[in-house]
Design a binder for this molecule. Structure first.
Ligand code: PMP
Length: 422
């Protein structure tokens, strides 16, 4: 079976709604390299959309999953509990940017974690409203779709969406939204859409992922906390994409250490490739839903929990936060240098290894998704898998495994420099 034959089968067997970026099929993968079914090798800077901070098939993670496979694979934690679930909760409680005491509960996907964070916030506050931001991405289930701040392609044809969800503006200096304007937009919602005392939570990404790797300035996060405290609103950080060493800290919130959130949602790189997600938060808030109100058949699956425990150990043992900072600095420097010969680069930004480059037409300053796509396509043709993001599809984001070998990383950056120059 080759890629072209597989593509034919895919088109008739699966719906077009599941858009697929690559026209080749994965056969195997190791750390930062992925081989397709025609045995072509790719350097994987997509990492399954930010899931593989610890790389493909890290030996310690594979060993932990295999060991669990030999014991049991499923009991449903709510029926017959297992100790590793509690151990993982304890470990998360100890590291999340929440003022203690903290409790955690596990789910399977990012969207599920976000949905449950909203349920917990509503149960605790007895209020319905949720404020999120333009450009936000929180998932594809109906509730998280309503929370997501982008219409096409996510929301098209799927309405009506759940109500009591309102979008404020996310600060973005490059596109003319100041921190003051962003905070002002929340204040406006209190006048035009929902009184502050009916808002359960403000949900935000400390660094917007799908929205373009937009970094929230600390002043913004501090102002959000203040606003929440004034009105009895909970502050929820969605660190599904930014978590687990990607930003050079365990969580992006650590760049604003003076602010603690009430709840945090985690997923993606927590599982190292096995689906697992979590909501962690202030114990008092987490205990608001009544027994039976939270959970799910697969929530906190034993294989995924074993994988997550190994992920946390690997991040610490291999000092991946420090490595994320070092690799990210190298990448930022490369992109900054490329600006001299590539006037289409309108911004280079990020934190640690959560780095992005944005492209605009140098003549008009308008976002340039065509140029962005061209760089992505040329990189792919030469064996480098890159992802785009951004509300205008004009941003390339970098999500390489933090365990990538130095020589492979340097080779990928050399290729990128060449492409940007030409
Ligand atoms: N929140 C954020 C910040 C995300 O980036 C994503 C996925 N891109 C989600 C939530 C949803 O996660 P999942 O696809 O696992 O449901």
């Amino acid at each position: 079976m080759n890629n072209s034959e597989m593509n034919q089968r895919r088109l008739s067997a699966t719906p077009r709604g599941v858009g697929v970026m690559c026209d080749f099929y994965a056969a195997r993968a190791e750390n930062a390299t992925l081989w397709d079914i025609e045995d072509r090798a790719f350097t994987d800077f997509a990492a399954g959309i930010a899931v593989l901070n610890t790389g493909h098939r890290h030996p310690k993670i594979v060993a932990a999953i295999k060991a669990q496979l030999d014991l049991f694979t499923h009991t449903a934690y709510q029926i017959v509990p297992y100790g590793n679930y509690v151990t993982l909760a304890e470990k998360l409680n100890a590291i999340v940017p929440v003022a203690g005491p903290v409790k955690s509960t596990l789910f399977s996907t990012g969207a599920e974690a976000v949905e449950n964070a909203v349920k917990i916030a509503r149960a605790y506050t007895n209020r319905p409203g949720i404020i999120t931001f333009g450009g936000a991405f929180h998932g594809r289930t109906l509730l998280t779709l309503a929370l997501t701040g982008k219409v096409a392609p996510y929301k098209l044809g799927f309405g009506p969406l759940p109500g009591q969800i309102f979008h404020a503006r996310y600060p973005n200096a490059l596109h003319g939204v100041s921190v003051e304007q962003a905070i002002q937009s929340i204040d406006s919602l209190f006048h035009t859409d929902i009184p502050a005392d009916q808002v359960a939570a403000i949900l935000f990404e400390p660094i917007q992922g799908e929205g373009g790797f937009n970094v929230a300035p600390p002043e913004f996060i501090i102002a959000l906390r203040k606003l929440c405290d004034q009105h009895g609103i909970l502050l929820i950080a969605d660190e599904v994409q930014s978590g687990f060493a990607r930003t050079g800290k365990m969580f992006a919130m650590e760049y604003c250490p003076q602010v603690k959130v009430d709840l945090i949602t985690l997923a993606k790189s927590l599982g190292g490739g096995i689906p697992i997600s979590a909501v962690a938060g202030r114990a008092e808030v987490m205990d608001a839903p009544a027994p039976g109100g939270l959970g799910g058949t697969y929530a906190g699956n034993p294989l995924a929990v074993a994988s997550a425990l190994a992920v946390l150990a690997v991040i610490e043992e291999e000092q991946l936060c420090a490595r994320a900072r070092r690799l990210g600095a190298h990448l930022m420097e490369t992109l900054d240098k490329a600006r001299v010969s590539c006037p289409a680069i309108s911004a280079v930004r990020g934190q640690g290894s959560m780095v992005a480059v944005e492209f605009a037409d140098p003549a008009t300053g308008e976002p340039d998704p065509v140029f962005t796509k061209k760089i992505q396509r040329q990189a792919l043709e030469q064996g480098l898998l890159l992802l785009t993001c951004g509300v205008h599809y004009n941003v390339i984001r970098f999500l390489y495994p933090l365990t990538i070998p130095d020589d492979q990383f340097t080779a990928a950056l050399d290729l990128l420099s060449r492409l940007l120059k030409s």
